[in-house]
Design a protein around this ligand. Structure first.
Ligand SMILES: Cc1cc2nc3c(=O)[nH]c(=O)nc-3n(C[C@H](O)[C@H](O)[C@H](O)COP(=O)(O)O)c2cc1C
Length: 258
């Protein structure tokens, strides 16, 4: 399939058929992940594939996490929501937990985080290409200490995402804002000027203070003036104007701070 077509057709699949996903599909997804670009070849990712009893254990952790989100976990709706999430999880053919190294250097950490999610996208596209659906979730669950413990995540790593995998039972429709509304084209070497603030209305009457000698100047009859930084300065005499024009930045600055 054409890559753009594949990218556009991949959806987050909310419901899966019960058919199992063959191991070689999962292996292709993992292989695709490892070919993601990553800065300095840190390859920060690791994967845990869950099925069978391990998946049921994960489902139990997810159930407990879900119920903990309710202010009163003993209420019927909390128990119902938790049971639904447990059953949905057990019914999901395969679940892949993605972990990544948490580097001490914040720049490396950011790059590794980005690379890990590129790896996840590779996995999801590979699955989509093979007719298999995925749903990536982060949510609060990735920070649940019980999940960390279950997945035996080392102290210098974190859980980045959980990917739910199966054959689609439902493919939702999604929209995107067209790229035309998200992109600017700066071509032909011409960089457009940043929008400038509206120039202040020019004052044509009243009293201005000569920025050099600090005398009052009647704006309506002022004979000597200069423009600097979008502001008009008025002077009492040609000498002040000459002094100002020789070093306008200094006088403008003095004027601003007085
Ligand atoms: C980094 C990331 C985290 C996500 N986490 C969740 C999540 O916790 N729960 C969820 O329902 N969907 C999650 N999603 C899936 C998005 O909701 C989904 O991609 C979005 O609705 C667009 O739909 P599409 O993937 O079908 O285009 C996540 C997506 C990304 C990229």
């Amino acid at each position: 399939m054409d890559v753009l077509d594949l990218i556009k057709r991949r959806r987050s699949i909310p419901r899966f058929k019960s058919d199992p996903v063959p191991r070689d599909v999962i292996e292709k997804m993992l292989e695709a992940a490892t070919w993601a670009p990553n800065h300095h070849l840190t390859q920060p990712w690791e994967f845990t594939v869950l099925d069978g009893a391990a998946k049921a254990e994960f489902a139990e952790i997810r159930r407990r996490f879900r119920v903990s989100l309710f202010p009163d976990p003993s209420r019927t709706e909390a128990q119902k929501a938790a049971e639904k999430i447990y059953q949905d999880t057990v019914a999901t053919p395969t679940i892949i937990a993605v972990t990544m190294k948490v580097a001490e250097d914040p720049e490396v950490r950011d790059d590794d985080f980005a690379a890990t999610f590129i790896a996840v996208q590779n996995m999801m596209l590979t699955a989509a290409d093979l007719g298999v659906g995925t749903y990536m979730r982060t949510g609060g669950l990735v920070h649940d200490p019980r999940l960390r413990e279950f997945l035996q995540v080392a102290s210098n790593r974190r859980i980045a995402a959980i990917i739910y995998v199966g054959y689609p039972a439902l493919v939702p429709e999604r929209r995107r804002t067209p790229y035309q509304e998200k992109a600017r084209w700066w071509t032909d070497g011409a960089v457009p000027q940043a929008a400038k603030p509206e120039p202040a209305a020019v004052q044509t009457s009243g009293i201005a203070i000569d920025p050099v000698c600090k005398m009052e100047v009647d704006i309506a009859t002022a004979e000597y003036s200069s423009e600097y930084g979008g502001v008009t300065y008025h002077f009492c005499a040609p000498g002040c104007k000459t002094a100002f024009d020789a070093d306008p930045a200094r006088y403008a600055e003095l004027n601003r701070n007085e």
